[in-house]
Design a protein around this ligand. Structure first.
Ligand code: NDP
Ligand code: 8X3
Length: 252
């Protein structure tokens, strides 16, 4: 019987690319996000390849998360692979100039949202003594960069939770992995700069950034190792990037 994956943030970027690659590899999907029309379009695109169920909810709201996951039909409620991917940065300001609503959005989405979803999915994994949780962290969760403050803090939390999950779920035979990308060309910077697409574009100019498909490929590799193999933690940069703040751009 084929595996079932639950992917948060599947409407764009890394989550969407992962959904496509999983579907091509015959993995059944629960795809999640807030934008219903994007979920629907992806479901239509992938339904020829695999069975797909959509769940529309905002990870920041506990009740929405609970209701959505409880609504899963029986053929989709045994999740083998959870991809905790939903998240974003909001703003890029010093701590003294930061916007508190942005801080709330990052802590609530990137940290609390990940916890709400995980808490709902873990019981059936424990019951079956089987499961895989992949947490999408960031290089921002390994290294703080100027003006990254709260986004970095949220991803440091993901890094800590990844380790915590591995410790606590070890007795239940559940695999846990984190993947920490550097710069990936997605809608991420559009969101960070609140729709200022000119500014967002400059983030990815002058070098070859990682593409969402590169990370999807690595996620797929991680989840298809034999069951006794658990890759705990991976940092993935574009070749042009040496650290959170060192990036070699073409001159001109
Ligand atoms: P995108 O902006 O392209 O995708 C973000 C996804 O998260 C969307 O599908 C969005 O769906 C979903 N999402 C965001 N907030 C919420 C919310 N409150 N509730 C439900 N879904 C939400 O960015 P990426 O693909 O790049 O980002 C995916 C993950 O990768 C994030 O956790 C990000 O922090 C991380 N990452 C990204 C890097 C990059 O350089 N791009 C580098 C390192 C890590 P919708 O809007 O439909 O709700
Ligand atoms: C996204 C990459 O460098 O903007 O997590 O923090 S970075």
């Amino acid at each position: 019987m084929s595996l079932t994956a639950f992917i948060t943030g599947a409407t764009s970027g890394i989550g969407k690319a992962t959904a496509i690659l999983f579907a091509q590899n015959n993995i059944r999907l629960v795809i999640c996000g807030r934008r219903t029309e994007k979920l629907q379009a992806l479901k239509e695109e992938l339904s020829e390849l695999t069975e797909v169920h959509t769940l529309q909810f905002d990870v920041r709201y506990k009740e929405e998360v609970t209701k959505a996951i409880e609504s899963l039909p029986s053929e989709f409620n045994q999740i083998d692979i959870l991809i905790n991917n939903a998240g974003n940065a909001h703003g890029l300001h010093s701590i003294q100039e930061g916007n508190i609503d942005d801080w709330d959005a990052m802590i609530d989405g990137n940290v609390k949202g990940l916890l709400y979803v995980t808490k709902m999915i873990i019981p059936s994994m424990i019951e079956r003594n089987n499961g895989f949780i992949v947490n999408i962290g960031s290089i921002a969760g390994k290294e703080v960069y100027p003006n990254g403050n709260v986004y970095c803090a949220s991803k440091f939390a993901v890094n800590a939770l990844n380790k915590a999950m591995r410790l606590d779920l070890n007795q239940h035979n559940i695999r846990v992995s984190a993947i920490h990308p550097g710069l990936v060309e997605t809608e991420f910077s559009d969101v960070r700069f609140k729709g200022d697409s000119e500014r967002a574009k400059t983030v990815y100019q002058g070098y070859k950034a990682l593409q969402a498909e590169d990370i999807a490929d690595i996620i797929h590799f991680v989840v298809t190792r034999p069951y006794h193999v658990n890759i705990e933690d991976l940092i993935v940069y574009p070749t042009a990037q040496a650290s959170a703040s060192i990036l070699k751009k073409d001159e001109n």
